[in-house]
Write a protein that binds this ligand. Structure first.
Ligand code: AMP
Length: 394
């Protein structure tokens, strides 16, 4: 059967079509500038990528074109062969701890949580409604970035601010990248051949988070109420003294919205280096001796190491450290700097094994007390797998 994994943004729609249960990718691509002049889509099919300029007035039109591509390319002979559509949802709040069917009640709750993810949840609802209209016979499911982290205990997810804020405004830690942390931890358990494991999963991309995962369940994660917590990221500051915000607002006269923009889009590697939020540019800067790129990278690595050390203690040990996402999968330099700083825990990198990009591989020496692995993430597949299981459950 065919399952679509989709991620709707306000003007975009990313999709991957899987044959299940074989997990073969049949088609993937993205519709861009939906509802804006100059809309187009890029599609990857049989290893070939094509870009087509087309008028995309709304997400429904995008789904209709996607179906037409599937039929024209003989991937399906009719719409009914698409049995499920899994939608990525950024914020599921405390309501959702697993993938759900997108009933009206579920969609209402996603809508209610929009103030916690104003850019993402409303766009996802547009995607769900469009998919339902175009594929009424497919099971529509919602897969939450926050669901995997719902196993955190109160002492992990509460902030030490007035308790009433939690009750009235839902202010607490929710985490993010849950689908990725779930995928790589499941894959790690498959490799280790057991589920009773203590894992530290490092999703380090443009956005970055680390989770402590025990026996397949999240114990703690570095992202918070929003994705701007924990690690230093491409353009986000991550953890810091909260009073920096009020102090800087008084000094600069910035509004909350302006401050939010600085903390999310002008901080992190970009803010410190003044060069870029992209690790590749930081690495280039380091090679040419740029002091601020060196400082940015040192801070970035230090924060990752701090979280791994903290989670090592929280878990009472660690069976494997996993690197995933853009930087985690591709930057041998960052992985080496992190693992070298963990030598006190008996971690020993295998430099040759580490000198790879984007492959599933162990990167520590055989006598390393904790093995470290690169496991390329696959959130789209996780969404399709969850949707497939719900279809099987009937
Ligand atoms: P993601 O958000 O997971 O797509 O990750 C995107 C980020 O991965 C980019 O902004 C880069 O910082 C990083 N990245 C991608 N390729 C490389 C590479 N070869 N070396 C270092 N960083 C990389």
């Amino acid at each position: 059967m065919i399952i679509l994994s989709v991620n709707a943004g306000s003007s975009s729609l990313k999709f991957t079509g899987f044959e299940m249960p074989s997990e073969d990718v049949l088609i993937s691509g993205i519709f861009e500038r939906i509802g804006i002049d100059g809309s187009f889509y890029t599609i990857k099919l049989n290893g070939e990528k094509t870009k087509k300029t087309v008028d995309l007035s709304d997400h429904k039109v995008a789904f209709e074109i996607l179906i037409k591509e599937l039929v024209d390319n003989k991937i399906v002979s009719s719409l009914d062969e698409i049995k499920g559509v899994g939608h990525r949802i950024v914020q599921g709040g405390s309501y959702f701890s697993k993938t759900e069917i997108a009933t009206d009640d579920v969609v209402d709750k996603i809508d209610e949580l929009s103030s916690l993810a104003p850019l993402h949840n409303p766009a996802a609802i547009v995607g769900i409604n469009a998919a339902k209209a175009v594929m009424p016979n497919a099971l529509q499911t919602v897969v939450f970035d926050t669901a995997f982290h719902q196993t955190m205990k109160e002492e992990e997810f509460m902030y030490a601010v007035p308790y009433a804020w939690y009750k009235e405004y839902k202010i607490r830690k929710y985490g993010a990248h849950g689908t990725s942390h779930k995928y790589v931890s499941q894959r790690m358990n498959e490799i280790l051949g057991r589920n009773d494991t203590k894992l530290i999963t490092c999703h380090i991309g443009n956005g970055a988070s680390i989770s402590a995962v025990k026996n397949g369940e999240c114990v703690d994660t570095s992202m918070g109420l929003t994705p701007n917590a924990g690690l230093i990221m491409g353009t986000r500051c991550g953890d810091m003294d909260a009073t920096v915000v009020t102090y800087a607002m008084e000094k600069t006269g910035m509004s909350p919205k302006e401050m939010d923009n600085v903390l999310n889009k002008q901080s992190g590697l970009l803010g410190i280096s003044g060069v870029s939020g992209d690790s590749r540019d930081i690495e280039e800067g380091i090679k040419s001796g740029n002091e601020r790129c060196i400082l940015a990278q040192n801070m970035y690595v230090k924060r990752i190491v701090e979280y791994i050390a903290k989670y090592y203690v929280l878990l009472g040990g660690c069976d494997a450290i996993i690197f995933t996402a853009g930087v985690g999968e591709n930057s041998a330099m960052t992985r080496k700097q992190v693992l070298d700083k963990l030598s006190i825990l008996g971690v020993k990198i295998d430099d040759e094994a580490n000198n790879v990009r984007g492959v599933e591989q162990k990167i520590t020496a055989d006598d390393s007390k904790i093995p470290a692995y690169i496991i390329p993430t696959n959130e789209e597949l996780m969404i399709a797998k969850d949707t497939y299981s719900l279809i099987l459950q009937g």
